[in-house]
Design a binder for this molecule. Structure first.
Ligand code: HEM
Length: 185
């Protein structure tokens, strides 16, 4: 748990067309991920900690099946992907075109919020390229190893969530303080 500041001003208009240009893609490499977080004044540490949000939930096959069937355009598999894990994923995502099947992002522990995501990651079982990318840089892989400590992860996650929650908050008379957080007033 972490304390959430009240009185945050939010916009009244959301456009689907603007969303993708503001969020990182699961196909991003380390440099692009770091840059996209930096664009919102979030650090490399925030990137690794917040990626731990993938401890729960699922991803659609089409966001990673290139890693199984056509990684470098030659019908190959991503060499950085754990081969046993890749076989399990192939059994679930049968073709490159499957965009309806979903797969747990934290294999073995998809329903509990814990530090198991980092354990899976360290065993080359990161589902997206963007997860696996966290091991391709010395500084970030060090942070991954630190976050295997669950109490440490919980503390850091709360702090980074607070920072992410303060990104581009509107000020003055712009936007409004919502009565319900998921809808405009
Ligand atoms: C680091 C960059 C990130 C990338 C590239 C990324 C990418 C993705 C993708 C592609 C999905 C699957 C969507 C789908 O198939 O429907 C997903 C799901 C999810 N992400 Fe991320 N994400 C990132 C950061 C985060 C952060 C910061 C959080 C929260 C702290 C987060 C929490 C989640 C959760 C909870 C789901 C599961 C949603 C569900 O089960 O329906 N992700 N993410």
């Amino acid at each position: 748990m972490w304390e959430v500041l009240t009185g945050r001003r939010d916009g009244r208009i959301s456009r689907q067309s603007e969303a993708l240009s503001n969020i990182p893609s699961p196909f991003f490499n380390f440099a692009s991920l770091k840059q996209s977080f930096a664009n919102k004044s979030l650090s490399l540490h925030d990137l690794v900690v917040l990626s731990g949000g993938h401890t729960i939930g699922v991803g659609h096959c089409n966001f990673f099946s290139n890693r199984l069937y056509n990684f470098s355009g030659k019908g190959d598999q991503d060499p950085s992907l754990n081969p046993t894990y890749a076989s399990q994923l192939k059994a679930q995502c049968k073709t490159l075109l499957d965009n309806t099947t979903t797969v747990a992002m934290d294999p073995g522990s998809p329903l509990s919020f814990d530090s198991h995501y980092y354990m899976a990651l360290n065993q080359n079982q990161g589902l997206f390229q963007s997860d696996a990318a966290l091991l391709t840089n010395k500084e970030s892989s060090k942070i991954v190893s630190k976050l295997l400590d669950q109490d440490g992860f919980f503390t850091e996650f709360g702090q980074s969530m607070k920072r992410m929650g303060a990104v581009q908050v509107l000020t003055g008379s712009n936007g409004e303080i919502r009565k319900k957080c998921n809808v405009i007033n």
